[in-house]
Design a protein around this ligand. Structure first.
Ligand code: KIV
Ligand code: ZN
Length: 512
């Protein structure tokens, strides 16, 4: 018999815990819509009690999605449960995810609680959650380092208190498939229940076993898999959902399980997350990497040409990798442009489309062929500039061969106030960055600087990513432009402005 495996996406909660990743409000909504299109059953939209920003975006997602269950994370605290209730109550199907740590190391050092106290808190908070929600999921955090007998006790208390979904987190990516599978088998055998219980797997990839462990959970009775797109998340990340769903599909003979995922939307979903997270997909990444469907060796190519299945267990079309994309150009009209936006998964208002079309035309004057990646960069660049606290008004550089370079940077804030400074550096980029540091009066550490050419060719657009660190806080910035130095300047301004407090404009000594 074929079972249905529910897909629970936590890209917007656990995925956003990736160091340096922070989605904007609009990006969160776009991601949530895309996940609904892709076909996930549940979206963990955030942790509503953690910040007003998280609360607002969970609420907006709950109010936007048409069929997907929306859930929010809550600690065993009534205020967390209340916040999640308020944030998700307008969803077509609201639910809550309550968790508390259960492993000895977490109890001793983090929670400073005894086992008895943990059991009491589970009972109290799961029943409180159940008084407000029809669907309550409970997670014993660090379950895989919790003695199995105590884990069974915790789960039994949660089930008795009204949880109908039990999620088993491998919080630190410590378990291996046989061991993880055994936990599910044991729970299924031992837990007494009056309502039907769904068992769910939540794995981290510290030992590179997240997908394998999730598959082992399915083999032992789990019917829900939690994870993120492209496997983003804390440390080494979470289970890559695209790998799980395609694994189940390609090896249906073994797993006898189906999901409701629209496979052909996989690549687009992965691309959107990669762009918003600022994390490039490795070329050799399973399912969505650039090389996943290329055949290099002569023997492979020969076999593939004779019969694709000699070396291909699924087709690129199945996951939405297109062999041929239809590029746009100077002569493409508004209609073709709108169709392209739709195809690429964007939901853009009529007025914004008109403004974008003008920018597209300006780009087409400089660039002969406009590819999908150019369009993505155009939209993302525009979104970044619309939401930026500071925009680059102008950049002036003086280049001296074998000498010190200098830069003058002028920024403009949302109130149209301008700020300017100049500096020197051992290279043009350092000169620009020193000038920006002087404007903001900060000295962040540049952890990472990366230039990606959006497309091939000498007229390619540049996409620059920077990662900065100041006082233990890491931020990222992205800049798009035809000119690498200008794109670098935009990226640094976006990142460093995240360190700046709103009273910046009142500082004395700013020039305007
Ligand atoms: O990894 C983890 O333990 C979690 C829990 C909050 C479920 O993300
Ligand atoms: Zn997690």
């Amino acid at each position: 018999m074929t079972s249905h495996i529910q897909i629970f996406d936590t890209t917007l909660r656990d995925g956003e815990q990736t160091p340096g990743v922070s989605f904007s409000f609009d990006e969160r909504l776009t991601i949530a819509r895309q996940l609904e299109d892709w076909g996930v059953d549940v979206i963990e939209a955030g942790f509503p009690a953690s910040s007003q920003g998280s609360f607002d975006s969970v609420q907006a997602i709950a109010r936007t999605l048409k069929k997907t269950t929306v859930t929010g994370l809550a600690r065993c605290k009534k205020s967390d449960i209340d916040a999640t209730y308020e944030a998700t109550r307008d969803a077509v199907s609201p639910s809550i995810h309550v968790f508390v740590a259960t492993s000895p190391i977490h109890l001793k050092y983090k929670l400073k609680m005894t086992e008895k106290e943990v059991l009491r808190t589970i009972k109290e908070h799961v029943s409180y959650a159940r008084s407000k929600f029809d669907i309550v999921q409970f997670s014993p955090e660090d379950a895989t380092r919790t003695p199995l007998s105590f884990l069974v006790q915790c789960v039994q208390v949660a089930v008795d208190a009204g949880a109908t979904i039990i999620n088993i987190p491998d919080t630190v990516g410590y378990t291996y498939p046989k061991e993880y599978g055994f936990i599910f088998k044991t729970l299924k055998e031992k837990i007494r229940h009056s309502e039907q219980i769904t068992y769910s797997a939540h794995c981290h990839d510290d030992l590179g076993l997240a997908v394998a462990n999730s598959m082992a959970a399915i083999e032992n009775g789990a019917t829900r898999i939690e994870g993120t797109i492209n496997g983003i998340g804390e440390r080494a990340g979470n289970t890559a959902l695209e790998e799980v769903v395609l694994g189940l599909h390609v090896r249906q003979d073994h797993y006898q399980a189906k999901t409701q995922i629209q496979f052909e939307k996989t690549k687009l979903t992965s691309d959107i997350i990669s762009r918003y997270a600022g994390i490039r997909i490795p070329r050799n990444k399973a399912i969505v990497g650039k090389n996943a469907f290329s055949h290099e060796s002569g023997i492979h190519q020969d076999g593939f040409l004779k019969h694709p299945e000699t070396y291909e267990i699924m087709t690129p079309q199945l996951v939405g990798v297109k062999n041929t994309e239809l590029p746009l150009g100077k002569l493409s009209g508004k209609h073709a442009f709108q169709e392209k936006l739709k195809k690429l998964g964007y939901h853009i208002s009529e007025t914004d489309q008109i403004a974008l079309f003008k920018l597209f035309k300006a780009m087409a004057d400089k660039k002969k062929v406009i590819t999908d990646r150019d369009i993505h960069a155009l939209i993302q660049g525009t979104e970044h500039e619309q939401h930026a606290e500071f925009q680059v008004e102008s950049l002036q550089l003086q280049f001296v061969s074998n000498g010190v370079q200098s830069a003058v940077v002028v920024l403009k804030d949302k109130q149209n106030q301008t700020y300017q400074d100049s500096s020197i550096g051992t290279g043009s980029i350092l000169a620009i960055y020193n000038a920006i540091n002087r404007i903001f009066d900060i000295q962040p550490e540049l952890l990472d600087y990366r230039i990606d050419a959006v497309t091939e060719g000498s007229d390619a657009q540049a996409e620059v990513h920077v990662r900065l660190k100041l006082d233990h806080i890491e931020v990222v910035g992205i800049g798009f432009d035809h000119d690498i130095l200008y794109a670098s300047c935009k990226a640094y301004v976006e990142a460093s402005s995240k360190f700046i407090k709103p009273q910046f404009g009142q500082r004395s000594g700013d020039c305007s």
